[in-house]
Design a protein around this ligand. Structure first.
Ligand code: SF4
Length: 159
């Protein structure tokens, strides 16, 4: 039930005509997207006519998918979360979830290895981008450790 509400929110917010940022079909292949709509009991949506999906989206979707069980449902969730990361609010809000705890439970359910790497409970968007930086062998942090970093509140503040 919670999941269907999230997908309805994300489809309207990121995959419908006029959406910005816009991810047509949530970056899913047409048959996969069709099965998502059917699972959510959505007859159809007004799809955007085009648009370039930011490169970040694919990197984030891959990061999440690599931590999941390989199922189609997990891919749906990964793509929904990756789309949410493109907007500028807290991730749980961009996904239409009630609070951060609901998002953390979702990540535990679908992407447990990734969730468990966030040992310090960093804000989720910050954490995902930090993971991508580390995968690329790049360190974007200003300080050698979080305790002495001027960005601490941006990374670990209330979400
Ligand atoms: S608080 Fe500073 S050192 Fe820690 S993750 Fe954030 S930017 Fe990096």
């Amino acid at each position: 039930m919670l999941l269907r509400g999230m997908f309805l929110h994300v489809l309207r917010r990121f995959a419908s005509a006029g959406a910005y940022p816009c991810v047509p079909r949530l970056g899913l292949a047409e048959p996969t997207f069709g099965r998502l709509l059917a699972a959510c009991e959505v007859e159809g949506i007004s799809e955007p006519s085009g648009g370039i999906v930011p490169e970040d989206f694919w990197d984030l979707a891959s990061l999440l998918t690599a931590s999941g069980d390989g199922s189609e449902e997990t891919r749906w969730v990964a793509h929904a979360i990756a789309a949410g990361c493109l907007a500028d609010d807290h991730l749980w809000r961009d996904l239409g979830l009630p609070d951060r705890r609901a998002l953390t439970r979702l990540l535990e359910r679908y992407f447990r290895p990734l969730r468990e790497r966030n040992v310090g409970e960093m804000r989720w968007k910050k954490f995902f981008y930090k993971e991508l930086c580390e995968q690329a062998g790049f360190r974007a942090c200003k300080a050698p450790s979080c305790g002495e970093c001027s960005d601490y509140a941006m990374c670990f503040g209330k979400e």
